[in-house]
Ligand binder design. Structure first.
Ligand SMILES: NC(=O)c1ccc[n+]([C@@H]2O[C@H](COP(=O)([O-])OP(=O)(O)OC[C@H]3O[C@@H](n4cnc5c(N)ncnc54)[C@H](OP(=O)(O)O)[C@@H]3O)[C@@H](O)[C@H]2O)c1
Ligand SMILES: *[C@@H]1O[C@H](CO)[C@@H](O)[C@H](O)[C@H]1NC(C)=O
Ligand SMILES: *[C@@H]1O[C@H](CO)[C@@H](O)[C@H](O)[C@H]1NC(C)=O
Length: 330
């Protein structure tokens, strides 16, 4: 009451009241996250001698994940499509932890040719890979075909990780025990599966539905890959980081971006967004857990029905093998 009478006097005015309310709200959001995020500090997983690959490490969640992995002693391959942005991220992470062992790799996940040459280079550099985080993604893009005849959004968010994961399978298995983590999104539940989308055909998609559908495909694959890798020591899971303020909305119209900016005060920052991904990557209690989808509160959750159907997943796998010309020699 006293506070209220104090702030509502003319000296303070309604503007300040609003400011204080916003501040208090922000504080409670902070506290809420503090209590609900996985306790990273108490996880003692040490990654010395381990190799981790993070795609899309130039910004947002990918950069935050890479930084924590490097801090724990891993040799981290920052897989970026733009060399200059990659070098910036590398310098930033190096500055934050002096002993970080980082390597920059160039890969455009929307291009199968680029992924193949990246994988070839990577397998020479690192015959064993202990962790692969499929994090890079785009959203808000209109339908557009890549020179290889794939839809750009589906190529980047689904076909790219599919091909990369498969090409690195040998190195993951050689590591003895390895994890694959796909960064999905809760928005995958608004998608549906139509394999024709991969090549820009199929049922028409409304604005940003290509993002939802591509994330659904990614989630569907968790199950299929897990089934295929059973008993190899490689586990695969997907996870939703939560709603995080990053440059993911850069392709959206300015009105969306403005709303996103306004909300930035109340949603996660990239470090907090990295938390569920780090949980799935590091937590000891997840040894042997595979084929699951984790919510942003680090809880195993059932994904969209379509992503639970093994027949759909197998058919999608077959279509993806054909599209990427994946064969036994890979
Ligand atoms: N932010 C959220 O609220 C939210 C919610 C749910 C899920 N996610 C997921 O979290 C992941 C990380 O997103 P973010 O929020 O950190 O977004 P971000 O800041 O936009 O980061 C995306 C990263 O992906 C890279 N990338 C995009 N296209 C690429 C390509 N063709 N080849 C290689 N790299 C490419 C970007 O590289 P450049 O620097 O070259 O652009 C960037 O490093 C994504 O999988 C996203 O779907 C985010
Ligand atoms: C990740 O997604 C790729 C396809 O994009 C798939 O091959 C792989 O099985 C998925 N792994 C996980 C952990 O979901
Ligand atoms: C996928 O391909 C395999 C091997 O070619 C085949 O046995 C299986 O029936 C196919 N699955 C679906 C659902 O198309």
């Amino acid at each position: 009451m006293l506070l209220w009478s104090l702030v509502s006097t003319h000296v303070w005015g309604p503007g300040s009241v609003l400011l204080i309310l916003v501040f208090l709200l922000r504080l409670s959001v902070r506290l809420w996250y503090k209590c609900h995020l996985w306790d990273l500090q108490h996880c003692c997983t040490d990654l010395t001698g381990k190799t981790a690959v993070v795609t899309g490490a130039t910004s947002g969640i990918g950069k935050a994940v890479s930084q924590e992995l490097a801090r724990r002693g891993a040799r981290v391959i920052l897989a970026c499509r733009n060399r200059e942005r990659g070098q910036w991220a590398l310098a930033e992470i190096q500055a934050a932890s002096k002993d970080a062992c980082l390597l920059l790799g160039e890969v455009d996940l929307s291009s199968m040719a680029s992924i193949r040459s990246f994988a070839q280079w990577l397998l020479q550099e690192c015959p064993e890979i202990h962790l692969l985080v499929n994090n890079a993604a785009v959203c808000g893009l209109p339908k557009k075909l890549t020179p290889e005849g794939l839809d750009l959004t589906f190529a980047t968010n689904y076909v790219g990780p599919f091909l990369l994961t498969n090409l690195l399978q040998g190195a993951l298995q050689r590591a003895g025990s390895a994890r694959v983590v796909n960064v999905s999104s809760f928005m995958h539940t608004s998608g549906y599966i139509d394999e024709e989308h991969l090549t820009g055909a199929g049922r028409p998609l409304t604005f940003n539905q290509n993002y939802y559908c591509s994330k659904l495909l990614l989630t569907s694959f968790t199950g299929e890959l897990a089934r295929r890798l059973q008993g190899t020591g490689v586990t695969v899971n997907s996870v939703h980081p939560g709603v995080v303020y990053t440059k993911i909305m850069n392709q959206f119209p300015w009105s969306y971006r403005f709303l996103f900016w306004l909300s930035s005060f109340f949603i996660k920052d990239p470090q907090q967004g990295a938390n569920p991904i780090l949980y799935v990557s590091l937590a000891k209690e997840l040894d042997g857990i595979s084929g699951k989808y984790f919510s942003s509160s680090c809880v195993i959750t059932l994904p969209h029905k379509a992503a639970q159907d093994p027949h759909v997943a197998q058919s999608l796998w077959n279509a993806s093998v054909k599209l990427t010309h994946l064969n036994k020699a890979d």
